[in-house]
Design a protein around this ligand. Structure first.
Ligand code: SF4
Length: 447
């Protein structure tokens, strides 16, 4: 309830953001503008935090870039944008759009339209990106100047971006993500060619960016941008350590702020500010013995994505069961700082950061990468239960979930719930059905 929150957005700030959102943003940004206004309305009744401010500014940056004539480069949710910032491009993490529509159910008419025109269906292609095609064909999707995407974490994502490129004919660079390990020479999965292959692609990517943006990469600027990433990564790594505290010092949604900072503003001062605030907040709470969820009783690992259409699910878990969702697969960002000592080290670090990014590091190779990741987390963070919402379209995760759950039960004895739902479409498995499933699991299996 709004009147229970101490720190609401004040009227002056609200009016400031309202004013910034006025005027024409361009025809293809009508939906983007509607999302900004919907977010502003929602945030008005929530605690006003640096995360709220950060989010609103991310929306505003797109019309601003247009006004300033800065090329906009679209990229997916599993890639950090520092290289783009260092070349003065304006990065747009696409899923802010296609997934950002889900909490307001604004994606659902476009999912239906995409079904109607025959571009896949949910068991085949993921609704995280699929609405991009429907929105584009109905003139509602932002149209960038450049497009960059990866072959991982899924064929679904790569397919939708390819189709988007064919429809728009925007200049595109696609990076192929190799399967094998690069860091541990003792590992049975190690292949020395992994790093060589990635560095070559990073260099090709830079050549492409130079060509399409008509400028040379400034190496000093690249190093400076990577140093900003490092500041953020240090804060995130400290934050991750603080999450081990019992009770956990932050609530279930805070960690996602780190992912957001790194994927949309890694290499920008805004990203540094947000990750610092998240770290400071967690550290202060640990110092003062404050729990993110009062009277914490359950610590949940959620090694998959949020149920994006239901933003109230985690607060409901907190209130109903005093349960804190300590991690999700995106929010638990664990990429190490760059080595910026020489330019060759910069290339190597960019390659490593790409291979280790949230969801890429765990989903790009043998199933052991994912199983070890979850087992280590459950062990290190004193987890009581593991929950994985799962959808057919996410074929790699679908097949990993069952094997991983058996490993967790056998090795650690921790209960696991896998339940079916489409995290982007509220109509397939409803919020009520999800709550029933979680209640049953927690009361009958975990407690
Ligand atoms: S949820 Fe799975 S299928 Fe959908 S975009 Fe993410 S990795 Fe791909």
């Amino acid at each position: 309830m709004a009147d229970e929150i101490d720190n609401l957005m004040d009227e002056e700030t609200y009016q400031k953001f309202k004013k910034l959102g006025r005027g024409s943003w361009g025809k293809d940004l009508l939906m983007w503008k509607a999302m900004y206004n919907a977010a502003l309305t929602r945030f008005k009744d929530e605690e006003y935090t640096p995360f709220v401010e950060f989010m609103l500014n991310v929306f505003l940056d797109l019309p601003k870039a247009r006004k300033e004539g800065k090329p906009v480069i679209m990229h997916p949710f599993n890639y950090g944008p520092e290289l783009f910032f260092s070349m003065d491009l304006s990065p747009l993490m696409q899923e802010i759009f296609s997934v950002g529509l889900a909490p307001f159910h604004l994606n659902e008419p476009y999912i239906d339209y995409t079904n109607k025109i025959g571009y896949g269906d949910n068991p085949t292609l993921c609704n995280a990106q699929r609405p991009l095609i429907g929105t584009y064909l109905q003139g509602a999707a932002p149209i960038p100047d450049l497009l960059f995407f990866l072959s991982t974490p899924c064929n679904s994502l790569a397919m939708t971006y390819q189709v988007f490129q064919k429809l728009t004919e925007i200049p595109m660079f696609n990076m192929d993500i190799p399967y094998w390990a690069y860091d541990d020479q003792e590992s049975e999965f190690y292949d020395e060619k992994t790093m060589e292959y990635m560095i070559k692609q990073i260099k090709d990517q830079i050549s492409w960016l130079e060509k399409v943006s008509n400028q040379k990469l400034d190496l000093d600027r690249l190093q400076a941008t990577m140093k900003l990433v490092n500041e953020s990564r240090e804060y995130v790594l400290e934050f991750n350590e603080l999450l081990k505290t019992v009770p956990c010092p932050v609530n279930s949604l805070m960690g996602f702020g780190n992912f957001f900072a790194m994927v949309s503003r890694g290499g920008h001062q805004d990203g540094v500010n947000l990750t610092k605030w998240l770290r400071d907040n967690a550290a202060e709470n640990v110092k003062n013995g404050i729990a993110g969820v009062p009277d914490e009783k359950l610590r949940i690992a959620w090694p998959y994505t949020h149920v994006f259409f239901d933003q109230d699910l985690f607060p409901w878990l907190e209130e109903t069961f005093n349960a804190n969702v300590i991690m999700d697969i995106l929010g638990y960002y664990q990429v190490l700082p760059h080595d910026t000592s020489t330019i060759e080290k910069c290339y190597e670090s960019l390659a490593m950061g790409t291979l280790d990014f949230s969801m890429i590091g765990t989903c790009r190779g043998p199933i052991e990468y994912y199983i070890d990741y979850v087992l280590n987390f459950v062990r290190d963070y004193k987890i009581d239960a593991v929950v994985m919402p799962m959808q057919f379209a996410c074929k790699h995760a679908y097949s990993m979930a069952r094997v991983a759950s058996e490993a967790i039960r056998e090795e650690l004895g921790t209960p696991v719930l896998i339940f079916g739902c489409d995290p982007y479409d509220s109509r397939e498995v409803t919020s009520d059905a999800i709550r029933d499933r979680l209640s049953e699991f927690i009361t009958q299996v975990v407690l």
